[in-house]
Design a protein around this ligand. Sequence first.
Ligand code: HEM
Length: 418
Amino acid sequence: MQLLPTILVPFVLSTLCLFSPSSLLWLLKIFRSICYSEPPHNYSRLLRDIKNVLDPPRAPGMIAILLQERADSNKRLIRALNISNTFVSSEVAVHEQFVRQARHLLNNVKGRGWQSFQSTTFDAVRWQLEQDPSIEIPFDRFIQNITLVVVLLEILQVENPVEALSYDDITLIANHITTLWSLSKKSDPIPPDLLPALQAALRRIVINKNLFPDPLNFVVPAWETLWRVVATTVAYSFARTDYKESFQHFSAYPSERRFARASMMPGETVSVQAIVSEAMRLHPPSKHIGRVRCRSWCPEFFRKWLARPGWIFRKKSADIQKILRCHEIWGSDSDTFDPSRCQEFAGREEEQSAALGLVFGHGPLKCIASSWAPVAAAVISGAILEQFNESMGHTLQVGAEIGGRTGWIGWSVIRKED
Ligand code: HEM
C-alpha cells in the first residue's frame, strides 16, 4: 500500500508537467464545469458568455483588439459587398472616422424631429404603392423598398424628392444587398455582375462622392437591420386591433414619450415600444455576433504575422437569440409573441432590459443608433400599418411563418379591388 502513493504522485506530477499552462487551465475549466454545471438556460451564464465575446475582460477598452476580432469575423462581407467601413476594418482611425460621421448623420435626422421623419415615411409608402400598381406585391420587397427610401432620404440626406427616385434602382439595391449578403455566407463563387450593378444604382441616387465615397458603407448597417425590425413589427401587428390602436395613437404625434407609454385610450393595451421590443426580442436582426479570437496562449503581438490556421484562431459567437428566449427571465412561453412581457417586465426588469439591449451589441462597439432605431422602426411601421386599415385600399396576406432576411414566402400586400 505504501508503494501506491510513491508511484502515483510522481506519475501524476510528471504527467502534468507534460502539459502547457494553458492546457492545464483547460483541464481545470473542464473539471470545474463538471463539478458546478449550470442549467443550459441560465441567464447569468448566457450574459457572461456574451460579454466575454464582445467585451472580454482581458481586453478592457482595447479597441484595436476588438476591431481586429470583428474585422476577421466579417471578412466575407468584403468579398461580397466590397465595403471598407469599421465592420470589416481593424484600423482604429477608420472606426473613429466612421462612427463620427454616422453620429453626425443621425444627429441631423434627430435635429429635424420625428414629424419630419414621419412625413418622409408617408411619402415613401405612397411612392411605393404608386410605383407598383400590381394587385399583389411581395411583402419583403414592399418593406425593404420603403425602409430603403427612408434611410436614403433621411440618413444619407439624398436631396431628391421621393418622386424623382427610380423604382427599378431602389428595388435592385434592396434585392442585391440581400442576395450578396446571403451569398457571402457560402463558399460558392459570387456572380460578378451583381456588385457593379448595385454600386451603379446606388451611385445614381447618392451622388455626393465626397461625403460618401462608397455609400454602401452606410446603407448596409443602417438599412439591413432596420427593414427586418419593421417587417416583423408590421407582421405581428396588422391583424391586432389593440396593437393598431397603439400605433394610431403614436402616429398621431410621434415622440419618444408616446413611444414609451401606452395611452389610456380604450382598446390600447400596450405601448408601441413594447410591441417593437417584443418583435426585436423574438427576431433579433443579429442573432449571433461573431468574432475571431487569437487563442490565449498566442501573444496578440504575433497575430498579424501569422496565417490563420484553426489552432491559432478560433471563431466565437455571442448568442443573442438564446438570451432573448431564455426561459429563466422571459418565462416558458418565450417562443411566442407577447408585447405585454416587455411592458410589465414581470419583476425581472433589470435582467430583461439588459438582455433586450443586447439586440444592439455590447461594449465599446455597441450600435450608435440603439435608442434612435426602435423609435424609427415604430414610425415606419405606423405609416405602413395605416395602409391596412379598413378604409384604405390594402390588406396583408399572411405566409406560413415570420421571415428574417429571407423566408417571407406567402406574405404579400394585396390591393383591394374597387
Ligand atoms: C434596429 C436597427 C439596428 C440594429 C438591430 C443594429 C444592431 C447593431 C449591432 C448588433 C451592432 C454591433 C455589431 C458588432 O458588435 O459587431 C451595431 C453596430 C453599429 N450600428 Fe447598428 N443597428 C441598427 C440600426 C443602425 C442604424 C440605423 C445605424 C446608422 C445610423 C447604425 C449604425 C451602427 C454603427 C455605426 C455601428 C458600429 C459601432 C462601432 O463600431 O462602434 N445601426 N448595430
